[in-house]
Design a protein around this ligand. Structure first.
Ligand SMILES: Nc1ncnc2c1ncn2[C@@H]1O[C@H](COP(=O)(O)OP(=O)(O)OP(=O)(O)O)[C@@H](O)[C@H]1O
Length: 382
């Protein structure tokens, strides 16, 4: 939901209940807040307590993207462990006992959303994820709210994310880069045609399905941007940000194509084209100075693709499907989702250490409802 880096977390300590471990962890990370003194919010139900009366504000603010679910629904979920701590919230692995499915749930404290003034962005994330349906997009399963948290649930990807795979592999062969690039081209073209700019295309936000194909995730910075419209917010992840984004805009969907260029450069060479800087001003200087010359080990066709994506002028950057279909790097490849998915991706499905079974799964609503005794540890925003 944000732009800061996230890392995969270790499993819970052996012999300790997962519930108390997750609660302690959420508290340590500051993502669990004490009670917010809003009168009338002791019990959140689907209906307002008195027909015609407004819902308490801390509930109504997040509607309709985050409906209030009957607690029976939430009790069907059992926490299996921690997946990662993002900049905003915590990603948990849960078992949906009703559907017998393992899911990932992003848990975001409402207080944090309001403190950072990201209510609009947070609702946009869910509404965009609900809107998009594509083989290479990680779709939304469900979203709802508790008293203190927002919950965003989707299928759990057991193969992990592209960043973890890249770190393990060092770099990928050009054949693998070609396949991943084609999958991402299809996704970006699809999103841009819908008038959506992702704004945080990076390896950590790309999950892998069980056959190693890509699923673009984390629409936390995405927004609707019509063709011809321009954005100005400096956001994204520094190393992936286009020069026009780093300089405060105006920028368009072309910014996503720059990020793709950075990503493909790193996948193929094992290194980022430009090292990270401390802030966007310093990063812009580095980006301006860099020639983005491809390492000589890469083929001329890939070198050309990278140069055409990492083009400082957004108007001259590659951005239409036919640009890629006609490109020598993709010669002989069909931009067809079904054909691209035909074979498993060998490097992604190679056997890896199996996950430890987790002791004592706990019901999901515990950490939203059981913390009412703790005092607030942050000032209430506004
Ligand atoms: N459905 C999922 N299945 C498996 N792992 C997931 C899933 N969703 C997220 N993750 C893991 O959790 C990490 C953080 O997720 P996400 O980017 O959605 O959170 P975030 O709070 O927006 O983080 P950040 O702001 O740091 O990008 C991902 O990089 C990925 O490794």
């Amino acid at each position: 939901m944000g732009a800061a880096s996230s890392g995969s977390g270790p499993g819970p300590p052996q012999g300790r209940a997962v519930g108390s471990w997750v609660r302690a962890l959420l508290r340590r990370s500051g993502s669990v807040q004490g009670p917010v003194p809003v009168p009338g919010l002791a019990v959140a139900t689907e209906e307002p307590p008195f027909p015609g009366w407004p819902l308490p504000q801390l509930v109504s603010l997040f509607l309709p993207e985050f409906p209030v679910r009957p607690s029976a629904r939430q009790q069907q979920l059992k926490i299996l462990g921690l997946v990662a701590k993002g900049s905003f919230g915590t990603i948990l692995k849960v078992l949906d006992c009703g559907r017998e499915k393992v899911c990932a749930v992003k848990v975001v404290p409402k207080v944090e959303v309001l403190r950072r003034d990201t209510l609009k962005q947070c609702k946009e994330e869910v509404s965009i994820q609900r809107q998009v349906r594509h083989p290479f997009v990680h779709g939304l399963g469900d979203s709802w709210q508790g008293q203190r948290h927002l919950f965003i649930m989707c299928t759990y990807c057991s193969t992990g994310d592209l960043h973890a795979l890249w770190r393990a592999a060092g770099r990928f062969t050009e054949a693998t880069v070609r396949l991943f690039a084609a999958e991402l081209v299809l996704v970006l073209v699809y999103l841009h045609d819908l008038g959506i700019v992702h704004r945080d295309v990076k390896m950590e936000n790309i999950l892998l399905d069980e056959r190693g194909h890509l699923k673009l995730a984390d629409f936390g910075l995405s927004r609707h941007l019509r063709c011809g419209e321009r954005a100005h917010t400096i956001c994204g992840t520094l190393q992936y940000m286009a020069p026009e984004v780093l300089s405060g805009g105006p920028y368009s969907h072309a910014a996503d194509w720059w990020s793709l260029g950075v990503l493909l450069f790193a996948l193929a060479s094992g290194e980022f084209p430009v090292p990270p800087a401390r802030d966007h001003v310093a990063m812009l200087e580095r980006v301006k100075e860099s020639s983005y010359a491809s390492p000589p080990a890469l083929s001329p066709a890939l070198g050309r693709l990278l140069a055409e994506l990492l083009c400082h002028n957004p108007l001259r950057r590659l951005r239409y499907l036919h640009h890629f279909q006609d490109h020598p790097f993709f010669r002989g490849l069909a931009f067809d989702a079904e054909l691209l998915q035909k074979d498993p991706v060998a490097v992604a499905v190679a056997p890896r250490p199996t996950e430890q079974p987790l002791p004592d799964p706990t019901t999901f609503d515990d950490f939203d409802c059981d913390l009412t005794a703790a005092p607030p540890n942050r000032p209430w925003p506004g």
